[in-house]
Design a protein around this ligand. Sequence first.
Ligand code: C2E
Ligand code: CA
Ligand code: CA
Length: 546
Amino acid sequence: METLNPRKFESAFIIKTKFARNVVTATVLSSIALVYLIVYLTGGVKFVYAHLMYIPLVLAGLTLGFKFGVFSALIAGILLGPFMPLDTITHEPQNFANWFFRLIMFCVISLLSGFASDVFKRHNEIIKNIWTVNQETGIPNINSLSEIRFRKRKHNHSVITVLINNHYNIIDYFGMDIYNILVYKVYLELKKKLSKNAIIIQSDSSKLWICDKYITLETKVEHINELLKIPFTINGIPLYVEFSIGIAKIEDFKMCKYADAYRHSDLAARYAQVNDIPYYIFEPKLLQSRGDFELISSFNQAISEGQLRLAYQPKFDTNTLKPVGLEGLIRWYHPTKGLIMPDQFIPLIEETQLIHLLTLWVIEQAVKKIEEFKKERIDVTISVNISCKNLFDEHFYDNVMSIIKKSKINTTQLELEITESVLMSNPEVSYQILKKFANEKFKISLDDFGKGYSSLGYLSKFPINFVKIDRFFVKEITNNEQMKEIVSVIVYISHNLGAKIIAEGIEDKNTLDLVKRLGCEIAQGYFYAKPIEDSKIIDWYKSALV
Ligand code: C2E
Ligand code: CA
Ligand code: CA
């Protein structure tokens, strides 16, 4: 079993540099000479001034250790011994016992102060080691950052974040000890191959930071990426280690700016990790998510102040070209940011409980719109997009029912659009909840079909009224014969299951003709109509019916 060899810590000498050491040495020696002079000029050692000598001797012991302390004590003892009369006027000499005892006392004082200082330094070193070195791996930790001084700041520096992606797997299968050895090996490898000034820190159990000079960010990050491609072998077992790397430039060495570089390289590494790419170079757009958090925190206010509105995109019959329903698509008219499209905030909202609020709000708006249409003697069907989190929320069904019960609409007029990935994420629960909605005669659409990989046969178990073929899939069929074949099969099976087909993203006449030929009875897309503002949709619909 390999043992960790904790990094030998640079000791916490109070005097750290050679220059400071020379200055202290010179100060001690000149102070000794000065005291000698004072004693001589004030009349010799019969007066009290010889005691001044303790000052440079204690200083020597404390700052430069007991060896230098004793050396200084010997010089001082001899200077104030045979070289110093008892009385400088009469030149009466000291007797031997007198100056020899003083010399011994000087040595003892220097020894004691040197010893006290050594004990203090050792303790200081231990405390500093605990504070600045990860005790499990022996790699410097984040606290050691404050120790780092960049003496040659004229060089460009970068921070590189190395994330170990599969660290939980390694810990689960091989244990914490093996994982710690692995991280240490990665550290050693980097230490060996990078410049000797490179600083490597373990800032987290699965994260290393490297601070080093660079020529360009690309070459630096590629270099690190290459270095980490080697197998890391522990006890003869080559472990499979996955890394994600991020890099950012240190623009400014002022403390707060300097810390930004670490945050930026972390963001870049996280981006690489999420997107499954080996590395990523920081770009300011990654900071966007911080702004997004502010956006999301103003979401409640957006609802209460009427900043949210639904736009309605018509779906039409491919034969008659008459509208057969609408899809409600949310829009956020932000007071300062302007119009925000759903793709910019729905994924974030879906990470919070706010998605429940949003979907119920959308359903309420759709229901109100159906009632407005009813006043115009039009029975319209409106579909709304349901998120994964909504479907698996135990109150969702009751909440939807309570909105419907307060209204005068038929459940057949509300259509729920659910993506196939949602159904496949938890088929059993999805089935139970969809069955409840289907029993109440709500219409159910399978949205974005073709994006996932589920088989239609499997989907036959679900109560689905419409299969919406994703617009990217629709685009493909115009120039890909095989895709055309696949769509014909989807249409055939869907029809057999009693579901109708809606082709999304129809942007031109050719595509419309094609999907019609393939048997899609309903379509949706810019060719027919873009999403229409809430205030204009009724007039548009009326004129389209004529
Ligand atoms: P989706 O459900 O697939 O909605 C269709 C999207 O395609 C809409 O974008 C629509 O404007 C766009 N589209 C329609 N026809 C065409 C076309 O011919 N060409 C092209 N290129 N695009 C077309 P939008 O409104 O930006 O919505 C984007 C996505 O945001 C929606 O995709 C849906 O997943 C989500 N979304 C929108 N509103 C809501 C909502 O109220 N709740 C939830 N949970 N998600 C919503
Ligand atoms: Ca949809
Ligand atoms: Ca869709």
